[in-house]
Write a protein of this length. Structure first.
Length: 97
């Protein structure tokens, strides 16, 4: 059972919503290459609100993901796409299916 997750909330700059959506879609191939990432979801929750939710079997996997290419790309593109810095919340999964 996956026990560890990350909930990342992103707020797009005005006029950057489509660019942020495309950036998130483009990260899928990177997520597919990560053996320790069990599930990876990019989502839009409102006109300017986007995010990523991913899961891991181990704390080590979660830590590796935070040092990986998706995190690096997000931080590199954040100033041009995001109204504020990403909110990254580690979560412990209590149950899953």
């Amino acid at each position: 059972m996956v026990k560890f997750g990350l909930l990342v909330r992103l707020e797009a700059k005005p006029g950057k919503q489509e660019e942020l959506a495309e950036f998130l879609k483009s990260a899928l191939p990177l997520a597919l290459q990560e053996l320790f990432t069990i599930n990876w979801f990019a989502y839009q929750a409102g006109p300017n609100t986007f995010g990523i939710f991913d899961t891991f079997d181990t704390e080590e996997g979660r830590s590796q993901h935070l040092k990986g290419p998706i995190a690096e790309a997000l931080l590199a593109h954040a100033p041009g796409l995001l109204a504020s810095g990403p909110v990254i919340e580690p979560v412990e999964l209590l149950a899953s299916k």
